[in-house]
Design a protein around this ligand. Sequence first.
Ligand SMILES: NC(=O)c1ccc[n+]([C@@H]2O[C@H](COP(=O)([O-])OP(=O)(O)OC[C@H]3O[C@@H](n4cnc5c(N)ncnc54)[C@H](OP(=O)(O)O)[C@@H]3O)[C@@H](O)[C@H]2O)c1
Length: 230
Amino acid sequence: MTEPAAPDLTSQTIGVLGGTGPQGKGLALRWAAAGLKVVIGSRDAGRAQTAADELAEQAGSQAGAISGADNAGCASAADIVLVAVPWDGHDALLTSLRDQLAGKIVIDCVNPLGFDKQGPFPLRVEEGSAAEQAAALLPDSRVTAAFHHVSAVTLADLSVAKIDLDVLVLGDDRAATDQVRALADTIPGVRGVFGGRLRNAGQVEALTANLIAINRRYKTHAGIRITDLP
Ligand SMILES: NC(=O)c1ccc[n+]([C@@H]2O[C@H](COP(=O)([O-])OP(=O)(O)OC[C@H]3O[C@@H](n4cnc5c(N)ncnc54)[C@H](OP(=O)(O)O)[C@@H]3O)[C@@H](O)[C@H]2O)c1
């Protein structure tokens, strides 16, 4: 069942760790454009504020408020926190934010990938996936995994009024995955679809290597759709 995800997000603040990069900025832009309150996080508060100012200008006057903070300030201020840093920085950043992220919904969109002469390939992760590593590092948080397959280029281009994409949302906490599905649904064209428990996140992260290979061959920004859902 893909019943519309019901939770109301208007009272929630969405934090984006690593929100100065293309993926975090793109999602922050779309969430702000949907009227949500967003806090951009960075290792440098000034860089976060600069990114927030740029996004506020791009999102327009109807958008939700966008501010910037260092990553710890972002995690503290937010109710729902997206992790949008490179795989290399994932472990150290989450370890440092365990207290600030306690009790919160954490969304991991990190794809542990390598690139060589043959193109992209999934890296082996001891915990099984980036999302499972996050869950191990953040025992007091409600860790989910989502937004692995969305193109940052498409997100940044507001002339793309509808993004043709299903966002697979994984996690062990039903209410948390419902909230994240609702967050996906705020982006026009996007549908949040429950994709299984967190132990199934590895293949969702790895599938990004296939999408990047498709993008390279066909010069596009491919996404996925799940068929035969009501
Ligand atoms: N790009 C996409 O289309 C896309 C799509 C789906 C998923 N993803 C995933 O989203 C994540 C972010 O992607 P991106 O392309 O936005 O990456 P990125 O530009 O390389 O990094 C995002 C931000 O993370 C911060 N950062 C860099 N190294 C860090 C470290 N060692 N520790 C802590 N923070 C660090 C930087 O911000 P500050 O210097 O300001 O701290 C940077 O602006 C990746 O894990 C990727 O797999 C990306």
